[in-house]
Design a protein around this ligand. Structure first.
Ligand code: FAD
Ligand code: FES
Ligand code: FES
Length: 1341
């Protein structure tokens, strides 16, 4: 049979194909549909989602679900229909209501995640609709929130995405939906509903193609997907006997791989190539769930998907249903919707058994004493207990196939005294999934209540205690603890002893991160399970029962946004340019540009050593991997060129390491191959031989080493910040001091959804054209010319849109484009590089880590009198932009009146990847450092920290002292006003009281609330712009700034419409739709500079405004003349036609150069956050955040709101979640979505209120506007400070417990909370041994 399927209704037939080809590979390379994006290739981000529809001819039924196209193998979708986002709707046939609502709710910024988001929502809607036909299941607000829980977005902060999703929910109160373009505040519900793009399932759900239905019906009898074996190397057995025959003949068939969903490759990226794939998903015995009659339990076929298992377990209504429902609730947190839709139960168990995968399913099944059936070599099926199965030698690579799982029925004796308990737990960085747990557990117990006076209480008759994912080989039962507890009357001392035993059993492998934390989780969960039985005699899961809380609590939000019409359409909340195109996936990113057939693909080989000679570069076993065309190193750089890969005004960095590699992660070579997959595989197979002989110099590993060796980057005095006041005097005035306090801050990775990408095309006469996903095309251009040794006019760099940058696509985009250009120049063929996430993370460098040691002097009332510090910044090896760090850090750090301030900031040169600008580079750290100091002052004085903050806020006079000329006029200093305003709107004082009460009443949860002010200094830079009016009156605009998702094009478009509109003819007020901003082309528009520092949008706007002034002036005489002739009725089109006739120059360009005196200015905001910390797991939940931000007169409030919310959530990532660390060699540890956790919809504030203040006229600003891109990120420190406050409460409580032994935590209220405050960090500060301390306290009385 041929491989045939449909994509967006279109028939595709594939004659033969490599069976390892994924659906994504096929869609992106063989169809015009590019909405599926490759952002991780691991199943962890949702950018590649598609809807898969299968038709069952027996039942005449179509089943749809979302799947990860990056993992699903093409051969497995034979006979199916695939729908991508452009299949839902598109520019030509009309956008789908989902696209329209995403656009109208301003839910797409860079747009790279948006098609995947739309598919997630569509899939949830279509599921609800199909179940709705059978039952009363409807698409609810809760379903809406959950629908996108598996998708990552790095730009929006999720709130608008959730609102777009909720707008489809049947139970939504439309007034709860956030700021959008469909209605204005205060409009009636009827108007709101009327304006929402209508959605009608009958019309908007995609139908299954008839041609496939017909084909399937014809083959009714032959249900299985029997592809021609020889052409596809894909076999689909349709019975266990068939399967057995195949595995028997394994030797003659070559290497075999059994597959169901193939999701396992998201974790274990297959390096091995298999001769044949055996798809076991269509063997009826293996794909059924059988609920046995009577009380015999349940059988789950190994190929049953996790989603189907969940659905069946939820439906089950036997006596064991209580347990099954809890299991289902736990399983709903496995991976994400798409993974559960494809991933099978058997695949999960085999991964756990053979490859130590940290499985949830094995833990759940162990707790219900499950067994598995296996097909062994002798055609016999073998039944073994799950724990025995887990202990067997690897079942992979053998002829053993897992057939099914059996769960026995679990019931009580029926007497009233006996109770059956089941609970499962999971401590993961994200509460509703998409994150592997640090530990999971499932407990089963039969308990009986005794009333006899001598044995009053609860006795454990039987228990099974299963733990997994803690870093052991696989899930295990804590049998010793089980036997110890069995028959015991529960008491504090029994539980204390059980905990002691458990700690000897849960022993993570020696390299497991967070070793002690994981052990403490096991203890915590055991305590959670049994303690309520001791304290109340009843089981209660009030405070840690995660599975019971499987429903996402509703998110709520409010936005106060002011539109202004003074400069119409500037100031209006215009929808982002191309938002609907982004949603449908038609917006073109660099990787979407169709490639020529002779295009080659590149992948970097990077060093894993630092300061070591490179002896040779070969491939494993000296075999050149498939498809490899060339390996380029520094030796391939043309003679007339230079080994340069990046440059800034502070210096350059090499493209490749020469003979010596300076740091782990340094580029050594570029492997060029026929496909990206081959290039990536070959780069992995590269073997670099290093040689440390004759290298006397030791690498500089830390900032302390750098100080010892005086290894610093020079910071020019012009940009080094000035001290303020007399610190000696300030210290003398101090009544108290903190001396030599130390603080360290780590790095952060950009996690732009679109990885680094470039495409280079050789051209005639030594020219090269490069498409680069860059924030700094001008510099990319110049670096390429220098590297190739050609004149700059031989290079052209084009950038249309960038799928998120956050600073990471400025300097770090240069080597990617330069390497491609080198390849194209040398090989005279197009060369493209789409960096895989792992390499991207290794090379990115990220945010600057730093260490601060400070002395601070203050009075007894909390007023600081002097601050003095030494700061060591780890800049890595290349200059990059690190010299600006001292200046950037000092901007927001001066937000408080420190009395006097002096510092010594060193930018250290170390043997690590160079650090670069990441959103609010230095500013976010500077602002946080100030908060940390204030926190410590308050702790030292035992004062309320909010009062200490307030007393140190600047007056206008002190502001001038600290910020000199940048501070602006007195009425521009709005911080104190915002501080007071937010106190009222957030009910700060009342809530602070409620937090206190909560903390008194709750032992295992503590809350904290914190208010944080920010001052953020920004600077405008010279920016070019060009506006040209075409003969039909349409307008084309070029600007230096790049559209990164921040809405730059939209603001520019509005500004041009406003600027040209001043000509005041008929129709000149409706020019918005006639203006198109086009891609940046470094030959078309020079001096584009960097798009960075939050001000490029306003500078680009000012540049085009100036162009419009010129054009309006040129048009004016014609206009006046026509007005006279036509007595007032001159349309825009007529005017332009006339101007063309008169040969008036209708193209104007400028380089906007801001005035020196006013190019820098201050931005203000305040954030209040309230959090709740779980003392057992260390989990922090952000209950509410309120932020207020002064954006001047916003150029586009919708865009600015998106920037503010997105920046705040990215800040939550920095402060609370994102660990980006290096090993002892300096190689990045986190290399993908598995271990790098950015915020998701379930980690944002549950209530998120944003107010944008329009602070009126600012004479030196572009139409009175202010920046919004970076400053709001700083307010996320409020979440961190609130967490610190909650931890302080936990530590106070812990100190009050009466206990005696070595389980002491270092309690006390004086502590530093590291950044990021991840679960293990929070737990360790709350007390790793708090449970033991509590029990001891109880025992001692
Ligand atoms: C992003 C992501 C997140 C995840 N999160 C979690 C999580 O939180 N908790 C959790 O427990 N799991 C998690 N998983 C694991 C997931 O459950 C498994 O990947 C999935 O169940 C595997 O099923 P599959 O059908 O795709 O297996 P495949 O990928 O098709 O197969 C996996 C392996 O098992 C072999 N195999 C499959 N079936 C059999 C069989 N019947 N007999 C013998 N060998 C067989 C295959 O040859 C292959 O080697 C996650 C996975 C991903 C990709
Ligand atoms: S690319 Fe497939 S899930 Fe990320
Ligand atoms: S809009 Fe979601 S990643 Fe950019």
């Amino acid at each position: 049979m041929d491989l045939e399927f449909a994509v967006n209704g279109e028939r595709f037939k594939v004659d033969s194909i490599d069976p390892s080809t994924t659906v994504l590979d096929f869609l992106r390379f063989n169809t015009p549909f590019k909405s599926v994006k490759l952002a991780c290739g691991e199943g962890g981000c949702g950018a590649c989602l598609v809807v898969l529809a299968r038709y069952d001819p027996e039942l005449d039924q179509v089943k749809e679900c979302s799947i990860n196209s990056c993992l699903t193998l093409l051969c497995s979708i034979n006979g199916c229909s695939i729908t991508t986002s452009e299949g839902l709707g598109n520019k030509k046939k009309g956008f789908h209501p989902i696209h329209k609502r995403f656009a109208g709710f301003h839910a797409s910024q860079c747009g790279f995640c948006t098609p995947g988001m739309c598919i997630s929502l569509y899939s949830a809607l279509s599921n609800a609709d199909s179940s709705n036909n059978n039952s009363s299941n409807e698409f609810t607000v809760s379903e809406a929130e959950k629908s996108v829980s598996g998708n990552l977005c790095r730009c929006t902060g999720y709130r608008p995405i959730v609102d777009a999703c909720k707008s489809f929910a049947s139970d939504v109160d439309i007034e709860d939906l956030g700021f959008n373009s469909f209605w204005k505040k205060g409009e009636s519900k009827e108007v709101m509903l009327k304006n929402l793009p209508p959605y009608n399932p009958k019309e908007h759900l995609v139908t299954f193609p008839e041609f496939l239905k017909k084909k399937k019906k014809k083959k009714k009898k032959k249900l299985h997907n029997g592809l021609d074996h020889s052409r596809y190397r894909w076999t689909t057995p349709c019975s266990v006997a068939d399967l057995h025959n195949i595995t028997e003949a394994a030797n003659s068939l070559g290497s075999l791989k059994l597959v169901v969903g193939n999701t396992g490759t998201g974790y274990y990226k297959d390096e091995e190539r298999f001769d044949r794939y055996i798809d076991i998903s269509q063997i009826p015995e293996m794909s059924m769930m059988i609920i046995k009659k009577g009380e015999e339990g349940i059988e789950i076929g190994a190929a049953v998907t996790i989603s189907n298992a969940i659905a069946a377990l939820k439906k089950e209504e036997s006596k064991s249903s209580y347990i099954f429902k809890k299991m289902a609730a736990h399983m709903e947190k496995i991976g994400n919707h798409a993974i559960r839709n494809s991933g099978s139960i058997g695949g999960n168990l085999v991964m756990a058994q053979s490859r130590k995968f940290p499985s949830d399913i094995t833990t759940l099944l162990l707790a219900v004493d499950a067994s598995v059936y296996m097909l062994n070599g002798s055609k016999k099926t073998e039944k073994v207990k799950l724990h025995e199965f887990l202990e067997l030698p690897s079942v992979l690579d053998s002829k053993r196939v897992l057939l099914k799982v059996e769960i026995p029925s679990c019931t009580t004796s029926g007497d009233d005294e006996t109770e059956l308990l089941f609970e499962s737990y999971r401590a993961a960085p994200r509460s509703i999934g998409n994150a592997l747990p640090y530990l999971n557990a499932a407990f089963f117990a039969l308990v009986s209540r005794r009333q006899e006076p001598s044995r009053r209480g609860v006795t454990v008759d039987k228990c099974i205690l299963a733990f997994g994912s803690y870093g052991g080989d696989h899930s295990i039962r804590a049998r010793e603890v089980e036997s110890f507890l069995t028959g015991k009357l529960l008491s504090y001392s029994v539980l204390y002893e059980a905990v002691g035993l458990l700690k000897g059993i849960i022993v993570p492998g020696k390299d497991t991160p967070h070793f002690e934390y994981r052990k403490s989780l096991a203890v915590g969960y055991l305590f959670e399970f049994f303690n309520p039985l001791i304290e109340s005699g009843h089981y209660s899961n009030s405070h840690v029962n995660e599975t019971a809380k499987s429903l996402l609590p509703f998110l709520s939000s409010s936005q106060q946004v002011l539109e202004s019409n003074e400069y119409q359409p500037v100031g209006e909340a215009v929808i982002k340019v191309g938002a609907a195109l982004q949603a449908s996936g038609e917006a073109v990113f660099v990787d979407d540009i169709p490639t020529l057939p002779n295009c080659l693909h590149g992948a970097f080989v990077y060093s894993t050593e630092r300061l070591t000679k490179i002896k040779s570069i070969n491939f494993r076993e000296n075999v050149i991997p498939t498809g490899v065309f060339a390996v380029l190193t520094s030796k391939d750089i043309p003679k007339q060129g230079q080994n340069i890969g990046s440059k800034t005004v502070f210096g350059a960095g090499p493209l490749f390491a020469d003979e010596l590699t300076q740091f782990a992660g340094q580029r050594i070579a570029l492997v060029v191959a026929d496909t990206q997959k081959h290039a990536d595989m070959a780069a992995k197979l590269a073997v670099v031989e290093y040689d440390t002989k004759n290298i006397e110099e030791e690498p500089i590993l830390t900032v302390e080493d750098a100080v010892k060796r005086c290894s610093f980057f020079e910071v020019h005095p012009m940009i080094y910040p000035e001290p303020v006041g007399d610190v000696l005097k300030g210290m003398e005035e101090a009544e108290r001091k903190i001396i030599s306090a130390e603080l360290r801050l780590g790095s952060q990775y950009f996690f732009y959804m679109e990885p680094q990408t470039a495409l280079a095309l050789p051209d005639e006469d030594d020219c090269v054209k490069v498409y680069s996903s860059s924030q700094a095309p001008e510099y990319v251009h110049s670096v390429i010319a220098t590297c190739l040794g050609i004149q700059e006019h031989n290079v052209r760099v084009i950038t249309r849109r960038v799928g998120g940058g956050f600073g990471g696509k400025a300097v770090k985009s240069m080597p990617v484009a330069t390497a491609c250009a080198l390849g194209a120049y040398k090989l005279q063929r197009p060369v493209k590089m789409y960096m895989n996430r792992r390499t991207d993370m290794v090379m990115a460098g990220g945010r600057h880590p730093m260490k601060i040691t400070y002395d601070v002097g203050f009075r007894a009332d909390g007023k600081v009198t002097a601050l003095e510090f030494i700061m060591l910044i780890d800049a890595g090896l290349e200059p990059d932009i690190s010299a600006i760090m001292p200046r950037n850090i000092m901007g927001p750090l001066r937000k408080y009146d420190w009395g006097a301030l002096s510092f010594d900031i060193k930018v250290c040169k170390t043997n690590s990847p160079s650090r670069t600008a990441m959103r609010a580079p230095g500013e976010v750290q500077g602002s946080y450092i100030a908060e940390s100091i204030i926190e410590n002052v308050a702790t030292s004085l035992q004062m309320d920290v909010d009062a200490v903050r307030k007393i140190n806020l600047h007056s206008y006079e002190s502001l001038r002292k600290f910020y000199t000329h940048i501070s602006g006029d007195p009425d521009e200093y709005t911080l104190t006003l915002l501080w007071d305003k937010l106190e009222i709107s957030s009910k700060f004082k009342e809530r602070a009281e409620m937090v206190k009460e909560f903390n008194v009443c709750n032992v295992w949860r503590k809350r904290g609330i914190s208010r944080v002010p920010i001052i953020h200094q920004v600077m405008q830079r010279p920016t070019p712009g060009k506006v040209s009016i075409l003969s039909d009156g349409s307008v084309v605009v070029e600007v230096g700034g790049i559209e990164l998702g921040q809405g730059l094009w939209t603001k520019v478009q509005q500004m041009v419409a406003y600027g040209l509109g001043l000509v005041k003819c008929q129709g000149s007020d409706k020019l918005l739709e006639r203006v198109r901003v086009v891609q940046s082309d470094t030959l078309g528009m020079i001096q584009g500079g960097f798009t960075a520092g939050s001000t490029t949008s306003e500078s680009s706007c000012e540049a085009v405004r100036l162009c419009c002034v010129i054009l309006v002036e040129r048009l004016k005489p014609t206009m006046d003349q026509m007005m006279m002739e036509k007595s007032g009725s001159v349309t825009w089109t007529m005017l332009i036609q006339q101007a063309y006739g008169q040969s008036i120059n209708l193209s104007a360009s400028t380089l906007y150069t801001p005035e020196y005196a006013s190019m820098e200015y201050l931005n203000y905001g305040v954030g209040v956050s309230e959090v709740e910390v779980d003392l057992v797991t260390g989990k922090t939940e952000i209950l509410r955040s309120d932020i207020i931000y002064d954006s001047g007169k916003s150029l586009n409030p919708a865009v600015d709101l998106g920037q503010i919310e997105g920046a705040f959530v990215q800040g939550i990532g920095f402060f609370m979640m994102e660990e980006y660390t290096t090993d002892e060699k300096g190689l990045v540890v986190q290399q993908g979505t598995w271990d790098y956790k950015i915020p998701t919809v379930d980690t944002i504030p549950k209530h998120f209120n944003v107010e944008i203040v329009n602070s009126g006229h600012h004479k030196d600003r572009v139409l009175s506007s202010k920046a919004s891109g970076e400053p709001p990120m700083l307010m996320a420190a409020s979440v961190h400070c609130a967490t610190r406050s909650a931890i302080r409460e936990a530590r106070k409580q812990s100190l009050s417990w009466n206990c005696h032994d070595g389980n002491r935590d270092e309690s006390g209220t004086d502590f530093e909370l590291p950044v990021p405050a991840t679960m293990p960090v929070v737990k360790s500060l709350c007390g790793l041994y708090s449970v033991e301390r509590y029990l001891q306290g109880k025992i001692l009385g």
